[in-house]
Design a protein around this ligand. Structure first.
Ligand code: NAG
Ligand code: NAG
Ligand code: NAG
Ligand code: NAG
Length: 956
């Protein structure tokens, strides 16, 4: 599954921990081997009239021991059982029941099951399609070209929702084959994992029978019953390949049709296990309502429309890249997840980590000029190092038992940390041995489930001791702490006269942990190396039990940088004198040979060291001043991220009401005075920081152009969007003036901006508009387009308006049925208001306080509210906001179950304030002290810009 907006669920876990302990896992003595499933959906189900369907399942099962009970899953809200029969004997309804907490259906048999004998368990049931949640077997709808609302029935089973469609052993461990029969009204069509053919029909309905599936877990089963049409692409080794969607979108299928075959072929050759061995066809379907990004159902992959359908004229390069990337992710799952499956969701990373890693690797093979191997560092590795630097981060392998805990395993740790760790292992083992090991792993465990130990031991077996020296007896020992404990190390390095000293401790953004240690592969480059940063095999290992001392082969190196290409999953900090040498090297021609990925590493590590209060921001600004001569996309992603974090804390995004702080400062209340002192600096700091970034950015900004479009150059286009988005947001005059013109032309002549600049033009057009008609115009454009990528671009821009009334209206639309905003998109509307502008935070918070009940009902899933409270509190920059949150928690009528989450959000907001106070003096000194460094000079040169920025930020 590609997770889209399934946000981290840390908060929610505190809620469920008070529920009494129950056994949520099935016993393993009784196991299914085959399901024959028949679902019958009639005409009223494809209208508003009914959600019911009739089902019958015959499960062939056997027991490993003598037993008189069978336990399996059936969700109590969606399944009601009519009749249970075992081996032709009806079972009295007093003999079975569903536990409403665990959704385990326990059947007490009149007699005993003998060990090793096959039995048929038959369950006749009535099911309900879900209309509110996009999981299980659910209803989606859209308005067709004639203006009619059309309904379809589709599935999303991963991780624990197959039990909502039919009674089954709904854990990955219980693999079986499936024969599916679907009955539906004439005129529709049905898709499932295997090829199907019409088995019977009458004058109102037909039944499609699907070929028996490969042995697989229940979460991979899927059905789509709709009036969709499909376009057939090039077959891949006799496997027919199709893209299916609502007919109106048929002209946007081409990109997915073109790119799919080369991605699958690349994986066929990587794994040496051809897709056609396990599956006879491959359909990819775009679903109008879809909660995740995409789902790897074997043979029937499902997507959000914007992640599959691409319009060459209208959809941006970043959507093109996302689509290729997500297709690769789902395809990689055919081997890593479908063929070989994690034993239980505690080990979700064995599925998602590989999919995350190979989604970049595979797409890179097909489209090398996109540099996805390099993009991985700034798009995946660096962001997860931030998440994993929190004191409450999950370990990669983590106990999960309830459905809520299971869902939490689909957070970024399983994906991005999993992928980053596999990337590290590949490089320290070498690619050749890693791939050979993976082929053995797939061959050995095909159609089974695995634990991390199975992976490490298979990889370990191919390691050639002559070429690869591990620092421990075997790979399992090396990997244990990377998998079982949270976080990762920061290495501290010093160099004197050719002698190197390296120590490690856990890197935490806040808090401490003196006990966690890892086996760390270390590669490095010195100023004297000819072949700089190219080798990614470790020169040496750091072990958990001791610091490392060694001598460089030459002793006149002026600098030393660890972690070539940022392959290792760790951060690095240097001694003062080594930082000075690195700074000086970065100031020289061609950065003294320090490559872009390592410049990106240095910037990202420095900003996060500062965030963790391990180095002063003024020192960071000093070392990274080279970025003003650097136009590399890779350097600029972490630079902008680092500054954005600081600006968000200082309050670029806070309420414009800050100006009031100046008036209050004349009051003589002592505490208030102190507070105002703090606020006074916040007010001053943000424009200085904004101008600081702009002055550093000038060369980067000038390296891309608003006018030169080169959509064939992916990295140019990504840089262009990054530079312009940032510059316009920070008030860069030339940027704003130019996009205002483009918005004006669009509104008055209908000429749309270049597809790659739309997000910038739409957002800034509204941000700097005083005419509600501009917003109405764009909202009208949203309602008029049926292209999902364009809808998403517009929705994110509508929150950029500074008009409180319009923002409130937008948020209300997000919880209004049939407003044109689907509930799958509600979260992104909320976050566009929250982040679009200074002032948005207060509007979003007010909406949340007044509509928390509606949010629970309309926003995606049950975890939306805690996550939103958390995100809002994280954007707070003033004491008033914090006090309002306190007041809301006390008197806001928030249901009790959400109080722990709200209190933890409150604590986080307080911690953020305290965080900023630590740095105030340092930042104040940097920006205001006379001659406090290189920047003061630039600041005075940029005075005109500064004044302009202050107008933008504080006059409204
Ligand atoms: C499907 O259900 C309808 C309504 O109950 C029934 O008339 C029809 O015979 C069923 N079809 C099949 C194939 O079971
Ligand atoms: C369990 O759920 C079903 C269906 O929602 C309901 O009818 C039943 O009363 C519930 N049982 C208990 C013990 O709560
Ligand atoms: C089921 O069992 C109950 C209690 O033993 C009994 O009263 C009832 O008649 C049985 N029902 C059937 C259909 O056999
Ligand atoms: C159905 O499956 C069988 C056995 O796996 C295979 O030989 C046959 O070709 C499949 N039929 C279709 C239509 O794919």
């Amino acid at each position: 599954m590609d997770s889209h907006q399934l946000l981290p669920l840390l908060v929610l876990l505190t809620i469920v921990s008070c529920v009494q302990m129950q056994e949520y896992r099935l016993p393993t003595n009784v196991r299914p081997s085959h399901y024959r499933l028949h679902l019958n959906l009639t005409e009223p189900t494809f209208t508003n009239a009914s959600n019911a369907f009739h089902g019958m399942v015959i499960i062939t099962l056997s027991s490993t021991e003598l037993t008189n009970t069978v336990s399996l899953h059936a969700h109590h809200e969606f399944i009601s059982i009519n009749l249970v029969t075992l081996s032709n004997t009806d079972i009295n309804e007093t003999q079975y029941s569903i536990n409403n907490d665990t959704d385990i259906l326990t059947i007490n048999l009149p007699g005993q099951l003998a060990a090793g004998v096959s039995y048929n368990l038959i369950i006749d049931f009535t099911g309900q399609l879900s209309t509110t949640e996009m999981t299980g077997f659910y209803k989606s709808n859209y308005v067709d070209a004639l203006g009619d609302t059309v309904y379809l029935a589709t599935t999303q089973f991963q991780p624990t929702s197959a039990r909502r469609a039919f009674p089954c052993f709904d854990e990955p461990f219980f693999k079986a084959t499936f024969d599916v029969y679907l009955t539906y009204p004439l005129g529709l069509n049905a898709l499932s994992n295997s090829p199907g053919w019409v088995y019977t029909s009458d004058n109102v309905s037909e039944t499609t029978q699907f070929n028996t599936t490969a042995v697989m877990s229940t979460y991979l089963l899927a059905f789509v019953i709709s009036n969709f049409t499909c376009t057939e692409g090039q077959s891949i080794d006799q496997v027919p390949y199709r893209i299916c969607s609502r007919e109106e979108t048929s002209d946007t299928r081409q990109w997915a049709l073109d790119i799919g075959p080369s991605l699958l072929e690349s994986l066929n050759s990587l794994t040496q296990f051809n897709y056609n061995v396990s599956k006879e066809k491959l359909d990819q379907v775009a679903i109008p309502d879809f909660a995740a990004g995409a789902m790897e159902n074997w043979g029937l992959v499902t997507y959000r429309e914007m992640y599959l359908l691409w319009d060459p004229e209208q959809s941006s390069n970043s959507f093109k890249q996302l689509i290729a990337n997500i297709i690769s992710h789902e395809f990689a799952h055919f081997w890593f997840g479908n063929l070989v499956t994690c034993n239980w969701w505690s080990e979700t990373f064995l599925n998602e980590g590989f999919a995350n890693y190979y989604q970049y690797h595979t797409t890179h093979e097909a489209l090398p000029s996109w540099e996805l191997d390099k993009q991985y560092v700034v798009a995946v590795l660096q962001p997860i190092l931030i998440n994993d630097g929190l004191i409450n981060a999950f370990p990669l392998q983590n106990n999960a038992s309830t459905p809520t805990e299971v869902l939490a395993m689909f957070g970024q740790i399983s994906y991005s940390k999993g992928g980053s760790i596999f990337r590290m292992v590949e490089h320290f083992m070498t690619t050749a041995q890693f791939q050979a090991g993976l082929r053995n792993y797939l061959a050995l465990y095909q159609y089974q489930t695995v634990l991390p130990e199975d992976l490490w031991s298979t990889l370990n077996a191919v390691i050639n001791n002559q070429t690869t020296q591990l620092p421990a007896t075997d790979l399992g020992v090396v990997m244990e702490n990377w998998v079982k404990i949270p976080g990762y190390p920061i290495l501290t390095v010093s160099l004197s006269g050719g002698h190197v000293m390296i120590s490690q401790e856990r890197f935490l953004l806040a808090g401490s942990d003196n006990t966690s240690k890892w086996y760390v592969p270390i590669s490095y480059t010195t100023s004297e190396d000819a072949n700089k940063f190219q080798s990614t095999v470790p020169n040496i290992w750091l072990t958990p039990d001791s610091d490392l001392h060694f001598d460089l082969p030459i002793n006149n190196a002026s600098w030393l940088i660890l972690n070539n290409q940022q392959i290792g999953y760790y951060r690095v900090s240097y001694s003062d004198s080594l930082w000075n040498s690195i700074r000086d090297a970065l100031q020289t021609e061609n950065f003294d040979g320090i490559i872009d990925l390592n410049r990106a590493q240095i910037v990202d590590d420095l900003f996060n060291l500062a965030r963790a209060n391990k180095i002063a921001y003024s020192r960071v600004f000093d070392i990274i001043s080279f970025v003003s001569n650097d136009t590399s996309y890779y350097t600029w992603v972490p630079t902008i991220n680092g500054f954005n974090f600081l600006l968000n804390r200082i309050g670029l995004n806070s309420t414009l009401g800050e100006a009031i702080a100046l008036d209050e400062a004349t009051g003589d209340n002592k505490d208030a005075h102190l507070r105002d002192y703090v606020r006074f600096y916040q007010l001053k700091l943000s424009p200085f920081t904004a101008v600081h970034i702009q002055s550093l950015m000038e060369n980067f900004y000038d390296s891309v152009s608003l006018i030169v479009h080169d959509e064939d150059d992916q990295i140019y286009t990504l840089s262009q969007v990054l530079a312009l988005t940032t510059a316009c947001r920070l008030g860069h005059q030339r940027c704003i003036a130019a996009v205002e013109v483009l918005f004006f032309i669009y509104r008055n002549s209908g000429l749309r901006p270049n597809k790659n600049l739309r997000s910038i033009v739409y957002c800034n057009g509204l941000r700097h508009s005083n005419d509600q008609g501009d917003w109405e115009f764009l909202w009208g454009e949203y309602l008029n387009t049926s292209l999902a990528s364009e809808q998403s671009t517009i929705l994110s821009a509508l929150g950029c308006s500074r008009d409180q009334e319009l923002l409130e209206r937008l948020l209300t639309l997000s919880v209004t049925e049939n407003s044109g905003i689907r509930s799958q998109d509600a979260l992104s509307v909320f976050s566009s208001v929250l982040t679009g502008n200074p002032g948005g935070v207060d509007v979003a918070f007010k909406f949340l306080r007044e509509n928390h009940q509606l949010i629970v009902e309309r926003y995606l899933s049950m975890n939306a509210l805690p996550n939103l409270i958390n995100n809002v509190a994280n954007a707070f920059t003033t004491e008033e906001q914090i006090e309002e949150l306190e007041e809301f928690i006390e008197n806001g009528g928030l249901p009790e179950e959400y109080l722990p989450a709200a209190n933890s959000a409150l604590a986080a907001a307080r911690a953020n304030q305290a965080w900023l106070e630590q740095f105030e003096n340092d930042l104040h000194y940097f920006y205001f002290a006379p001659a406090s460094g290189a920047f003061s000079v630039k600041a005075s040169l940029g005075l005109a810009v500064l004044l302009a920025v202050m107008c933008r930020l504080f006059v409204n």
